[in-house]
Design a binder for this molecule. Sequence first.
Ligand code: 2AM
Ligand code: CA
Length: 269
Amino acid sequence: MLDLLAAQKAAEKAARAAGEEIRRHIGNPEQTLEKSSPHDLVTEVDKRCQGIIESILLEAYPKSQLLGEEAVGAGRDAAIQAVKEADSSFLWVVDPIDGTLNFIRGIPFCTVSIGLVYEGKAVLGVIYDPMRDEMFSGIEGQSVTLNGKPVWVSDVDDVFAAVLSSGFPTGDYRGKNAEQIRRFGSHARNVRAMGSAALHLAYVAAGRLDAFWENDLNAWDLLAGAVLVQTAGGRVSDEDGSAYSLSTRHVVATNGKIHEQILADLRID
Ligand code: 2AM
Ligand code: CA
């Protein structure tokens, strides 16, 4: 039986260590490369942060494995294949910098996202915002804390009063996303897009946002945040309403109360 509290401590330690590197280099990232498209970037710091996280977690848990963005080839197909091939018996799912474009441009919305799948189940999520020193952390079935204090999803029960959030990952889905935002324009309180899926998910878990959706995300953008939202009392699903899994890409995460309304409004046939 895995000691989840100890695993959570190790994940938080790894997230803080990578966060230190992010704080040191934000806005000044050394070399920047394009990955799958001009919208998809990586820096030396992303790779270094993944190395830092990997060495802490694999040293503490030699039998675990790590699925990290920077060890997977560029593009959607490689990401889907990596999830298919991953051994989910004891798997860390890691995005060393979520919000790389923000990191490059010095916009202070980037996070470290570390989730854990144990015996096939998503059990632990840690999302660290190094710029505000905010640690969102949760164990499935227990609680979510923000810097040690318990947090919950909001109780907003109508889209009219809701603050929604979304993101624009790559060229392929921008038209669809624009149409979805247009639909909410007339009735949601407002929409935010901060450029880090993990940050949005952490904010849904903490009740700062009421919902988040995005098209075509990868497993490492979502896993830790999905654990946090579900544990804080919210709901995470695919856009078709099916339950969240490691292979979910079109994600909808809400406080639960407005989930069906959001699913209906997002539907584009
Ligand atoms: P990243 O910064 O780790 O790349 C922004 O809308 C969100 O989309 C971020 O979480 C960002 O993660 C993610 N993202 C950026 N490029 C992507 C891509 N090619 N495929 C999937 N997600 C991507
Ligand atoms: Ca990343």
